[in-house]
Design a protein around this ligand. Sequence first.
Ligand code: PLP
Length: 395
Amino acid sequence: MTVTPQQAPKTNLIAYAQQLRAEAEARGEQLPPLLPLHMGEPSFRTPDHIRRAAIATIEQEPISYGPPPGWPWLRTLLAEKVTRVNGYTVRPENVVVTAGGTNALLASFQATLKPGDEVLISDPCFPLYYLQLGTLGVKAVPYTLDPGNDWLPDLEQMEKLITPRTRMLVINTPGNPTGAVFPPQLVHDLLDFARRHKLYLLSDECYDQLVFEGEHVSPGSLLTAGELESNTFIGVYSFSKTYAMTGWRVGYIVTGTGLIRRLEDILLATHTNITLVAQRAAAAALTGPQDCVEEMRAAYQHRRDLAVQLLQEYGRYVYTPHGAFYALIDISPREGRAALDSADFAIKLLEEKQVLTSPGSSYGQVARQYIRISLAASEADIEKGIRAICELADR
Ligand code: PLP
């Protein structure tokens, strides 16, 4: 595939990077190494005890078909994790295992929505929300996360977006791409908002254990006794970020048993089960030592601090991410210069500095003047990348 610069951000900036390299090679040139700051891909290896559990499974167990909602022993461990970490009591019957948070999101949308429905999602947000809702014929209605207000939503604005077709509110805290962690009162108010308008509340908590300041409050912990069984709250979780397990594809959904039954059919129809190898690895992650989680979290925090310090140095500091592992960098031009859209900026950055980033325009309208970098990359890459971004923005 040949990618033109104009297509690149929309189709695939990675493909464009590969194309640039192939072209340079054909000319007999060697480009400097690519700085990959574009993906939420931890620079850490999956911890050894988790890998070993997978190897033992392959060597010792039959890798047969398994139950669509996940093996009971894993569902039990997941229910215990939610009770321990997320602060609300659930039973194994309230949990299904999915192929990562991505599959958890799509299965949840499939179980609850129909074409023509409307769903409130944040702008900026994880772009797969748009993609997934689009495949289901569901309309994504964006509510604004305001950079001037620590990337938090405004309930008054959200009220105005409600129509008779609104079915669901999606929230994501700690948030991608903002790094915002919603304060407890806001989570409380959002839950109330969903209740008042009789909406499903889907809480994407894929970064629940990656918090630097404040605390992550799951709306699940604010439900009244028995409210989980009203099947209106859906918690989405993942092993990808917490345990550096992106490629293993393990996530899970927590909700009422009524919705779980529908989800079981959807998962059966989708992939029948995720592999036993990954489920054993996930179990090892939950039962093994948790120091690795804290060590990686602390490393991301250190990288976050480094990013903040560099952005202050360049006069481009906007916000200190409180969680997840991303930073949005304001690339607005200095006085008198014409603004470059973030997609064009990302192309220029790649062509001139070999830095691969994610343009803010991939996340909606609000962050069009921002570039997202991943703080899951190595410190050296983060520093080089931020310097390159700020120097290009200042030119
Ligand atoms: N939700 C958010 C907000 C994300 O940022 C991601 C991945 O980057 C996911 C869900 C899906 O993660 P995975 O499918 O790897 O579990």
